[in-house]
Design a protein around this ligand. Structure first.
Ligand code: C2E
Ligand code: MG
Ligand code: MG
Length: 698
């Protein structure tokens, strides 16, 4: 019932109904006006006809009764009058003589015979000897003088009912109303039909506007009426097209990254929100990968901004291809595809909506690393990038976009710490470390500013005779509350917050200055300085070292730089570029922590390094782990064949020393001889002829 009432009320309010009712009102009003006008003019016509008729009749009667009236012959007059009064068009008549005495009268006449008429009309007719007429209601009354032989003989009065002479106007009125009604019945449906047809385009326009309001803008209204409606429809079409374009533009600005055309952070967030919700309902798992390009900033600075954008586009393309390749390789029909997005800067994300196994996420991460590692060709330059990937698996590591992104970001930072081109899964311990790191970074900035850093030196002892072959500079942080901190607690943080460059430069300058000073005093101790990956990758590294040597006056041959195996192996061509100018001046190079990077030994030996420092983990484990022993033996044998120097790190016991000596190690460094110590202690140690070391050797 309600829908019917609703439809009815809609129909009543529709334009078609309104136009039809309007037409009906106009039709009825027109009929009424026409009928009214007809009625008035018909009434007037009727009266005129009746007047003429009455005039003729009274004239006729006056002629007929002229003689009888002049003779006052009542009998013959009565006969004449009664024949006359039988007519329908006469309602009463009487004849009076010149003295206004009524001679004869019919029924319905105003006066009876013998009476004296007081009628003003009779007065007038007698006085003027002419016909006099008056209208009394629906009756025309005529007084006509009766002349006999040229003399006034009397007067005859005739009453003529207008209705008797012509059809009454009311009859016409009724007929016209009837005709009007018929017209209404016939024409209204016709009007409704025509109006409906004429308003068809408006219906289309209304429908289009309704659709547009519900955001469907890619449509065209087809109206070809050639009138204003067509103009309106075309205006609508233009408006929709513009709105559609604007909406699309707004959508693009809001959800698409303009450089790479990838979805942006907001879009990614929304997508993760939906996917995690669905995953929760269906009990499936997925992953969010957080990607950060390694070395992008440096490349970007050297390429210039436009080329940097081009590089990001190329990276985006490779990521998309990798994700697509992964989707296809799964071969699951109708499976939700993965999504690559750019968060900004050199940060990208990948959403894997469904995972059969978290190990699949590791596989994707590996594909991504391989894809980004391949050199990029940017306006004639070969550009090498790397990428660190953090993986957060949902629902395990979080169920909302914010948590997942934060956790994947933390995992990415962990991957970056391992030297880049690596991936890590999120672990809950990362949350805590992140906070600690934040505090640490703040304090570290203060340390650099407030001169809280100091350099310790650890001697490298010749296994042959126990003499000091050189020292390694090792930084320490004299923390105001925590005391002396070893680099293990802060070097990583310094690398991440970009302070490592400053710290490294400071250590280098301090070590060179102090060793140059000792050198002048006759104590010649070559110094080895550790160089971090970030420092080494800086374009101006070699120049900075040369500048430091010049300023401090330390001979280049007294400086050795220690690079870890992963730094040395990451980009062999670039390593050579950095090393060559320094080697040409006599600076030595050592590979630190050798054996931990799992790189090809034969490959490494072909690099221009002078010293291999065997990592202390092998030295420590030698006695109980045959594998560690074999590693040490191999390194030493190879070094011997190539005539390279070796430093065994972390030598703590005389057994270790004995084994190393047996295998032909040349130098050793460790607590067995000396711990890292401040400069003063080092001077004293050297002055005393390093008796402990000699004792240990002997
Ligand atoms: P590294 O270059 O391998 O330095 C040797 C580390 O082994 C030093 O730790 C040293 O104190 C320690 N060590 C020496 N002999 C023994 C021993 O017999 N037993 C044991 N258990 N350890 C021994 P330290 O000073 O804590 O430095 C740790 C690492 O921090 C260094 O490893 C180096 O990679 C880094 N580092 C230190 N100073 C700097 C610096 O100025 N710049 C950079 N970039 N890294 C530095
Ligand atoms: Mg070192
Ligand atoms: Mg080492």
């Amino acid at each position: 019932m309600a829908p019917l009432r609703h439809a009815l009320s809609r129909m009543m309010r529709s334009l078609v109904m309104k136009f039809t009712v309007l037409c009906a009102i106009v039709l009825v009003a027109a009929t009424l006006v026409m009928t009214g006008i007809g009625y008035v003019s018909k009434s007037r016509d009727n009266r005129d006809t009746a007047l003429a008729h009455a005039g003729l009749m009274s004239q006729l009667l006056a002629v007929n009764i002229a003689e009888q009236t002049s003779l006052r012959d009542a009998r013959r007059l009565t006969v004449s009058l009664s024949a006359f009064s039988e007519r329908d068009d006469v309602s009463g008549t009487y004849v009076a003589d010149v003295t206004r005495n009524v001679l004869v009268a019919t029924d319905g006449a105003q006066f009876a015979p013998g009476e004296r008429t007081t009628d003003a009309l009779v007065h007038g007719a007698l006085g003027s000897v002419d016909m006099r007429v008056e209208t009394v209601g629906e009756i025309i009354r005529v007084a006509h003088p009766v002349m006999h032989l040229g003399r006034l003989a009397g007067v005859v009065v005739v009453d003529v009912p207008i209705a008797a002479v012509s059809r009454p106007a009311s009859e016409i009125f009724q007929r016209q109303i009837f005709v009007g009604l018929i017209a209404l019945v016939i024409f209204l449906p016709l009007v409704a039909f025509v109006v409906r047809a004429a308003l068809g385009p408006i219906h289309k326009l209304t429908e289009a506007a309704r659709l547009a309001s519900s955001r469907k803008l890619d449509m065209r209204i087809d109206v070809r009426t050639g009138d204003e409606l067509e103009v309106l429809a075309n205006a609508f079409n233009r408006m929709f097209a513009r709105l559609d374009a604007s909406m699309k533009r707004i959508h693009r600005l809001a959800y698409v990254d303009m450089v790479t055309e990838l979805p942006n952070r907001e879009r990614f967030r929304k997508e993760v929100e939906q996917v995690t919700r669905r995953a929760e309902e269906s009990g499936t798992a997925g992953a969010v990968l957080f990607l950060d390009l390694d070395r992008f900033k440096r490349v970007n600075d050297s390429l210039g901004l436009g080329e940097g954008d081009r590089l990001l586009e190329a990276v985006a393309r490779r990521l998309r291809e990798t994700a697509r390749g992964w989707d296809l390789s799964r071969g699951e029909e109708g499976a939700e595809p993965s999504l690559v997005a750019r968060l900004g800067g050199d940060e990208f994300t990948v959403l894997l909506p469904t995972l059969r196994d978290p190990a699949d996420a590791a596989r994707v991460a590996r594909h991504i690393i391989d894809a980004v590692r391949r050199p990029f060709e940017i306006s004639g330059h070969r550009v090498f990038l790397g990428v660190s990937v953090g993986v957060a698996v949902f629902p395990r590591d979080g169920a909302d976009p914010e948590t997942l992104l934060r956790h994947a970001d933390l995992a990415m930072a962990a991957a970056k710490r391992t030297g880049g081109n690596a991936f890590e899964f999120f672990e809950s311990s990362m949350n805590k470390t992140a906070f600690e790191r934040l505090v640490l970074e703040g304090e570290l900035r203060e340390a650099v500013r407030d001169d809280q850093l100091v350099v310790f030196y650890q001697p490298k002892i010749s296994i042959k005779d126990g003499s000091i072959a050189g020292v390694e500079a090792l930084v320490r942080w004299n923390h105001p509350t925590a005391g002396l901190l070893s680099p293990g607690t802060f070097i990583q943080a310094a690398e991440e917050c970009g302070l490592i460059g400053e710290i490294g430069d400071w250590v280098m300058r301090r070590a060179c200055t102090e060793m140059a000073e000792l050198n002048k005093r006759g104590m010649t101790l070559p110094v080895a300085v550790n160089v971090s990956a970030v420092q080494f990758e800086d374009e101006g590294f070699a120049d900075a070292v040369i500048e430091t040597l010049r300023e401090t006056g330390l001979p280049a041959s007294m400086l050795e730089l220690e690079l870890t195996e992963s730094v040395a192996m990451r980009q062999p061509e670039r390593v050579l570029e950095q090393i060559e100018p320094l080697r040409a001046r006599g600076v030595g190079f050592a590979i630190d922590d050798f054996g931990t990077g799992h790189s090809s030994l034969s490959y490494l030996t072909r690099m221009p390094f002078d010293v291999f420092k065997i990592d202390q983990s092998f030295v420590r484990d030698m006695s109980r782990d045959p594998h560690a022993r074999i590693v040490v033996e191999t390194i030493l044998a190879m070094a011997k064949a190539l005539k390279l120097e070796t430093v065994a790190e972390g030598v703590e016991t005389s057994e270790q020393l004995a084994f190393l000596r047996e295998q032909g190690a040349t130098l050793a460094q460790g607590y067995l001889f000396a711990r890292p110590m401040p400069l003063n202690d080092l001077v004293r140690y050297a002055d005393s002829g390093n008796a402990e070391a000699r004792a240990a050797i002997a």
